[in-house]
Ligand binder design. Structure first.
Ligand code: GTP
Ligand code: MG
Length: 217
């Protein structure tokens, strides 16, 4: 398992009287280095995944806004840490994607170092949503990310993306194969689609549960 403390399964163990929506969201800023200061200090949840996997699209779906985070058909769109505050409860940190070959050597190094520094140095980082394309087997870069997360002991939720691209009958099979490859259990995973909204409510709940669990630890 990649987390020391496994997150509460999506949709369970949450207080229904609390507002579960991530709608009240403000864009805080775009930061080129990992040492940005956020005030007030709140739990931070990073969105991680290979370039073009759908991180920025998933943020838009999570916060129920069409174009808060910028998306693109071209990989390599997000080049900084884009931070969004959800009420006074948590920050979502949209990171550049990894594994995109068509960047200059220098730019790739900068983005990798930014991502690694966020994971290694930000003390308020309380969890990660790790995005994996449901159609693809995890790449070497994905597996390396999984190991980094495990070493750091960050609680992880897997969001398989682009669920709308795979027929219903194939989904279970794809999810099972992906989770097997990254060695994570199904209660830490949600199939999502930024297009149809599939899995978004479950993921919202799981993110809240992560931060609440951390608060009690
Ligand atoms: P970088 O910032 O370059 O790392 O990419 P990203 O991971 O933020 O991906 P982004 O959200 O920009 O989406 C990449 C492409 O995938 C865009 O063309 C999106 O429209 C498409 N996409 C994202 N999510 C989904 C989804 O759930 N279903 C489908 N069909 N397409 C999606
Ligand atoms: Mg992006």
């Amino acid at each position: 398992m990649y987390s020391r403390r496994s997150p509460t399964p999506a949709g369970h163990g949450t207080d229904p009287s609390k507002e579960r929506s991530l709608k009240r969201v403000t864009f805080i800023g775009s930061f080129p280095a990992a040492d940005f200061r956020l005030s007030p200090a709140l739990p931070e949840i990073a969105l991680l995944g290979r370039s073009n996997v759908g991180k920025s699209s998933l943020i838009n779906a999570l916060v129920e806004r069409k174009a808060l985070a910028r998306t693109s058909k071209q990989p390599g769109k997000t080049r900084d840490c884009n931070v969004y505050r959800v009420d006074d409860r948590l920050y979502l940190v949209d990171l550049p994607g990894y594994g995109y070959a068509r960047l200059s050597h220098g730019e790739r190094r900068r983005l990798t170092s930014l991502m690694n520094s966020v994971l290694a140095e930000r003390r308020s980082l309380e969890g990660a949503v790790w995005l994996l394309d449901i159609r693809r087997d995890p790449s070497e870069a994905d597996l390396a990310m999984g190991e980094r997360l495990a070493r750091r002991g960050i609680p992880v939720l897997v969001a398989t993306t682009k669920g709308d691209k795979v027929g219903w009958s194939k989904r279970k099979e794809r999810l099972r194969d992906i989770l097997q490859a990254v060695n994570l259990p199904s209660d830490q995973a949600v199939v999502t689609s930024a297009i149809t909204g599939e899995g978004i409510t479950d993921l919202q709940e799981a993110i809240f549960a992560l931060t609440e669990q951390e608060g009690k630890a």
